[in-house]
Unconditional design. Structure first.
Length: 620
């Protein structure tokens, strides 16, 4: 799907001058070498700290085992190994992104031991997963937004856009520049183009070290060759490119300056050049024809997994002796240089407009998403209108009105469903940008809230209009009060969704807990039980459905006089029941301003708690 005649939305009012940015290839950073010394990594389980304190060196739970190797500056390097050997874990350790692990040893950059924070700010990582981007943005718009978020604030807007266009051309993305990224709802660019866009997003900041996790997996041979040639060109331009790769062809294996091979349990099996690997495999003999040395090496490692542990250790020692005779020392990789952060934390006021522009443009091109979110609210309004129309003013209508207001507390669940449908995808993009210093919790939640409120206001107004069909008071006060309570309850439900989807890793479990909360909220809405235990009644003050019923019932019933009750009571005399008496009976007679204020406080409080949970989860 190509986007035509939309040059005005390629960036949000950011000038058109295409001057070359100072961080162009001509002024690329000095390449940095990466060295690992005695690196071991273990799963940080409940007993992990106890094993550490007791100085136990058991390999149980260990992912990487005493790795020592060097990747020279300005080259293309490969990490290979069988499945489960710890390749991706090693890549994360080099990038300073190892979570829930106990790490020993050091990662050095140009001979310097630097902190994980410095590693994260100096090294760019292209993950194994699909490109993290909004599906209805074009390639050009995706790069423009990334440039505005990631590049130095010292650059002008036009310089940032120029840098994005420069990268677009250097990675041969001109042909698909105006094609949307695509996703489950619409077709977009091809798999190879998606990988190049992923690389382009990380190359934007001109970081000296680029890590890639299986950039050729799932691609055909020709497309994989294009990706490797692209990465080789980046290495020739002065970057240190380190990638995890599975069984490359021999002619592509020779592109790598060095190769690191891991055996089972994260042991180091080989480190050296492609020719060194060939010499090691041949052992002075000619290899059989039509045999890929990379395949042969991986087959040998796979066979070694079935051998007793003692033989594995013997073979590892032989490999290490061979490696040490050829390995470049960490100190001689290159001269020590000062490390300048490639990733910078962006300011809130600079990032928020870009995120809003990007999200609104994505929704503009996919109106079905907006319609679906609005229909979640209005759909409930339609159902309630069908079931409760008409509502009269007789004795029986008291139960109908209270039942309607109680059923309207399902809006709580509508907000939860909204979060379930939208948040996981946006969370994935947010986490990637956060690791690159292109976003923050504050910016993300502000953008998420603003866009959500715009959509929810539309749905709330339509929902309020639908309820007027039932025969409830057709006044401006009731219309806007209903819209207000609808927006508030949906927002609280959305905050609950954010909290549980952030706190609990398993989305299914989070949804199950939220469904239980909905049932509890409806049971405590104030109409199913008149008298509650004091502690439950106190806890119920944080239930937004309670205040929604308070406001709706107060406005719709306070001035009503419910007709003849003789038939209902069996009495001969016909009595009229004032609406105020009904409110007093059910405890729904609080001042309207107080109820509205408490509901507003709950909306703000719920969102603050959601922010705190998201922030805490990031730190974990």
């Amino acid at each position: 799907m190509k986007i035509h005649n939309e040059q005005d939305v390629s960036a949000p009012t950011f000038g058109t001058t295409m001057a070359i940015a100072p961080e162009s290839t001509a002024s690329a950073r000095k390449p940095l070498g990466v060295c690992v010394q005695n690196l071991s990594l273990s799963i940080c389980a409940s007993s992990c700290l106890e094993r550490s304190k007791s100085r136990s060196r058991s390999s149980q739970g260990r992912i990487l085992n005493n790795l020592s190797f060097a990747f020279e500056a300005g080259g293309l390097h490969a990490i290979m190994g069988s499945s489960g050997s710890g390749k991706s874990t090693l890549l994360n350790a080099i990038a300073g992104r190892s979570n829930k692990t106990l790490q020993t040893g050091h990662v050095l950059v140009n001979g310097q031991i630097i902190t994980p924070r410095q590693l994260r700010s100096t090294i760019s990582v292209v993950p194994q997963d699909e490109i993290c981007s909004l599906p209805f943005l074009t390639v050009r718009e995706t790069l423009h937004a990334a440039a505005l978020l990631r590049l130095s604030p010292e650059l002008t807007r036009s310089q940032k856009l120029a840098r994005a266009d420069e990268i677009l051309h250097s990675l041969a993305l001109q042909a698909c520049a105006d094609t949307i990224i695509g996703g489950s709802r619409a077709r977009g660019i091809s798999g190879g183009e998606r990988r190049r866009v992923s690389i382009a997003l990380q190359v934007l900041t001109n970081s000296p070290v680029l890590l890639l996790d299986e950039p050729t997996s799932g691609l055909d041979g020709a497309t994989a060759a294009e990706i490797l040639q692209c990465l080789a060109s980046l290495a020739q331009a002065g970057r240190t490119v380190i990638m995890v790769i599975h069984q490359p062809r021999w002619k592509f294996l020779k592109l790598f300056k060095s190769i690191l091979m891991l055996s089972q349990n994260g042991r180091q099996a080989f480190s050296g050049s492609a020719n060194d690997l060939l010499a090691r495999l041949s052992d002075g003999k000619e290899l059989p024809p039509f045999i890929n040395p990379a395949d042969l090496a991986l087959d040998i490692l796979a066979e070694n997994q079935e051998l007793p542990a003692g033989k594995i250790d013997e073979q590892d020692n032989e490999f290490k002796d061979f490696m040490c005779s050829r390995q470049t020392s960490c100190a001689s990789i290159s001269d020590t240089v000062s490390l300048t952060a490639a990733h910078r934390t962006i300011k809130f006021c600079n990032a928020l407009p870009v995120l809003l522009w990007r999200t609104m443009l994505n929704y503009r091109r996919s109106p079905s998403i907006v319609v679906e979110r609005v229909m979640q609210i209005t759909g409930l309004g339609i159902l309630l209108s069908v079931f409760f129309t008409p509502i009269g003013t007789d004795y029986w209508s008291i139960q109908s009105r209270l039942g309607l207001f109680c059923q309207a507390s399902a809006l709580y669940f509508v907000g939860m469903l909204d979060a379930v449908a939208i948040y996981p995808a946006e969370r994935r993009l947010f986490r990637q940008e956060l690791s690159d210093g292109a976003s923050s919790s504050e910016v993300f939640l502000a953008q998420y809230t603003i866009v959500g409120v715009i959509i929810q206001v539309t749905g709330s107004l339509l929902y309020s209009a639908l309820l007027l069909i039932t025969g409830l008071p057709r006044t401006a006060e009731f219309f806007f009060a209903t819209a207000y309570t609808t927006l508030a309850v949906v927002s609280c439900g959305e905050s609950i969704g954010l909290i549980f989807l952030s706190f609990i890793n398993h989305d299914g479990l989070a949804i199950a807990i939220m469904a239980a909360l909905l049932c509890l909220s409806m049971a405590l809405c104030g109409t199913l039980s008149i008298s509650l235990p004091s502690w439950i009644n106190a806890l119920n003050h944080i239930n937004p459905a309670k205040w929604q019923v308070q406001i709706s019932a107060s406005i719709s019933m306070r001035d009503e006089a419910f007709g003849c009750a003789a038939e209902a009571t069996g009495m001969e005399s016909c009595t009229t029941l004032p609406g105020q008496d009904v409110l007093d009976l059910y405890g729904l007679n609080r001042p309207l301003a107080t109820s509205c204020g408490i509901l507003l406080g709950l909306v703000i409080g719920y969102r603050i708690v959601a922010y705190m949970v998201v922030k805490w989860r990031i730190r974990q």
